[in-house]
Every structure is written in C-alpha cells, then in structure tokens.
Design a protein around this ligand. Structure first.
Ligand code: PRP
Length: 184
C-alpha cells in the first residue's frame, strides 16, 4: 500500500492551525452555553465530523451529551424544500429540553444543514445552532450561515481530518487539497 500523503497537493490547515481553530471555537461555545439552564447536546453528523467532534468536545468542560445522526440532502439546483434523508436518527424522542449544537465538517451548498436545522426545530428542540470546521461560501445554494465557523476554504477538493474523497483520506491529521490527478 502506498502513503496517501502523495495525493495531497497542498496543506491548508496543519495540526497547529487546527488546534488554534479548535481553541477559538471552544472558547466561543463555552462563552455562549455556560449559563444555559438546559442540556447541551453535541450532535455530530457522520461521518466527516467525527475527528472534529472528538477534538472539539474535549475542549468544552461543560455538562454535555453526545449523539450522532447520518443525514443527506435530496434535491438539485436551488431546490431547498426536498426531503432530508435520515440514515441514522437521534436516539431519543423528546428533544424539547435540549440546546442542540450540530457539529459538521463542512458546509457546501448548505442544503443538508438548512434541512436538518428545520427538521430539529420542527421536532421541538429548544435551540439549534451550527458549528462547522470549514465553510465554502462560494458554493452556497441556499441561505445558511453557521453560528460557529472554523475557517473559510476556497472551492477546491478538501480532504483529511475526517473529510473524504471516495471514502478515503479521512485519516490524514490535517486538512489538505486533493491533487486533481486523483480524480481527473
Ligand atoms: C458532507 C458534509 C455535510 C454535507 C455538506 O457530508 O459533512 O454533511 O456534505 O454539503 P451541503 O452543504 O452541500 O449539503 P457527506 O454527504 O459528504 O457525508 P460524509 O460526512 O459521510 O462524508
């Protein structure tokens, strides 16, 4: 087997840069939730956000719970009303007492998160906020802005630190740009 790092064209955020981003995001989240009387639920969206979630939650010394969903979005173009496909759902029915912090690796078109936010709000969550490691605003198709954002990235194929191409490269310890020769 060959080393996957040969397919990385450029490193965008190395481990030190990611640590700085994580520290800043954790500070913002602690500041905003520390006085809340409700339960904080970290809702990690599989699969890409697992690395980010694991590192972020260890920086938040508040009484929080962790859960997972796996979702994807149907609909093309600017269609934002299509259904949300839920492959793995929350493991609880009543979410009315929860402040939900959705943790994502990247916001691209914005469709998945706008539908998920609507879905959780309609299910009765007390509040729903979004924390994303990366944001690609140039790709946005629906109006959606994250409450906490690690960094903006250009419209390039980003991999690593959870993010994949064809299910590979999630195990890179940094965020990089995939060399076009891999998919050309
Ligand atoms: C990615 C990402 C978001 C979604 C963002 O997940 O984690 O969930 O796509 O895209 P959007 O803003 O255009 O809706 P993906 O479907 O690649 O699944 P994965 O995390 O399992 O790789």
């Amino acid at each position: 087997m060959t080393n996957i790092e040969k397919d990385v064209e450029e490193v965008l955020f190395d481990e030190k840069a990611l640590e700085e981003i994580l520290d800043r995001l954790a500070d913002e989240i602690i500041r905003d939730y520390k006085d809340s009387p409700r339960k904080l639920l970290i809702l990690s969206i599989l699969k890409g956000s697992i690395t980010f979630t694991a590192d972020l939650m260890r920086r938040i010394p508040l009484p929080l719970e962790l859960d997972f969903m796996k979702v994807s979005s149907y609909g093309s173009g600017t269609e934002s009303a299509g259904p949300l496909k839920i492959s793995l759902d929350l493991n609880r029915d009543d979410i009315s007492d929860l402040d939900i912090l959705v943790v994502e690796d990247i916001v691209d078109s914005g469709k998945t998160l706008s539908k998920l936010k609507k879905h959780l709000t309609e299910r009765g969550a007390h509040s729903v906020k979004i924390c994303t490691l990366l944001d690609k605003p140039s790709r946005r198709e629906v109006e959606l802005s994250a409450d906490y954002c690690g960094a903006e990235v250009p419209d390039k194929f980003v991999i690593g630190y959870g993010l994949d191409y064809d299910e590979k490269y999630r195990n890179l310890p940094y965020v990089g740009v995939l060399s076009p020769k891999v998919y050309m």
